[in-house]
Design a protein around this ligand. Structure first.
Ligand code: PA5
Ligand code: MN
Length: 189
């Protein structure tokens, strides 16, 4: 099987969070995270007071097709909604495919959930996290600067956002006095 893509070189800018060349930049605002934050009133008030940007995804122009290996930089702003830190929507892959994330700048982590238990992997610059097939995944900015990471995944992986909306991610990442806490579902009020 041959690819519809040609070989290309790309730059990964850990300061701007942009891949070059890139697909059109994806922007996700607080309104795009409807149904995902525990504190619905805080979510509504954030939407009504400016609907701030939560994250962007800058992706290289690689087709999402079997055999291809798309890659992208996600940049999550610092912030929270009712104390729950800014995060990606999170998803499962629709096919049994894994993925690798590598920290580029800032402080953050990777929350994984297989439907029963959750795991937390910190992603500082120089650290990578492996997402096996069958684990839902979401990233969270735990610091005070933008958190940026590289994602590399099989082109046939697909994205399922419905399961996270329905079942959650097994834990929530909450701001505390000194930093943050990964609070398991059963510990939540
Ligand atoms: O491929 C991935 O898992 C990432 O590039 C994510 O899509 C990206 O971090 C944005 O998260 P989400 O797709 O959950 O909105
Ligand atoms: Mn993924």
């Amino acid at each position: 099987m041959s690819s519809s893509a040609s070989p290309f070189a790309a730059t990964l800018d850990a300061v701007s969070g942009r891949v070059e060349p890139e697909h059109p930049l994806q922007e996700r605002r607080v309104s795009d995270l409807e149904g995902l934050y525990a504190d619905e009133a805080a979510w509504r008030s954030a939407v009504d007071s400016g609907n701030p940007l939560v994250y962007t995804v800058s992706a290289a122009p690689v087709p999402e097709e079997a055999g291809e290996v798309p890659f992208s930089i996600t940049s999550i702003e610092p912030g929270d909604v009712g104390g729950e830190l800014y995060m990606t929507k999170g998803h499962w892959h629709t096919a049994p495919e894994g993925e690798v994330y590598a920290g580029l700048s800032g402080e953050g982590g990777l929350l994984l959930f297989d439907g029963r238990e959750h795991r937390w992997i910190e992603l500082r610059p120089g650290a990578a996290g492996y997402i096996p097939p069958g684990w839902g995944h979401r990233t969270v900015n735990t610091g005070s600067e933008p958190f940026r990471f590289l994602a590399v995944y099989p082109g046939a992986a697909g994205h399922d956002y419905e399961t996270v909306l329905r079942d959650g991610m097994g834990a929530r990442v909450i701001r505390t006095n000194g930093g943050y806490e990964v609070r398991a579902r059963e510990e939540q009020a």
